[in-house]
Design a protein around this ligand. Sequence first.
Ligand code: FES
Ligand code: FES
Length: 138
Amino acid sequence: MPLADVLHDVLGYKSVKQSCSTGICGACTIRINGEARKSCLHMAGQAADSNISTVEGLSKNGSMSPLQEAFIDNFSFQCGFCTPGFLMSAAALLDENSAPSEEEIRDSLHGNICRCTGYLSIIDGVKDAAKRITEGGN
Ligand code: FES
Ligand code: FES
């Protein structure tokens, strides 16, 4: 089975969305061993020994991460279907580079498609998250 199906349908991680199921839209993006990956393209068996994280793992002790809070405050989503994928791509970027340039943000999100926001508010959300992380030491 595709990893996206196992995570969503079998294990109940409802943040893992599927739209295209062909690696184009990024809605199913999760992190595998820290890297942002499209879970519709991975077979579950291939990921058996991997460290996998989804949006459900972003919050700590019941509190949202600075990235999640920044997405809310910057209106970085409308319908929200694409949002988990964007969050996981952005989280992978910010773990590697806590002060990315706009070009680096755009590059890290190039595999994620949003039909609602026009992208600028998403980029603003990632910029704001970087600021919060840098200033807050998270
Ligand atoms: S559902 Fe995986 S990339 Fe679109
Ligand atoms: S917020 Fe609707 S698809 Fe991105």
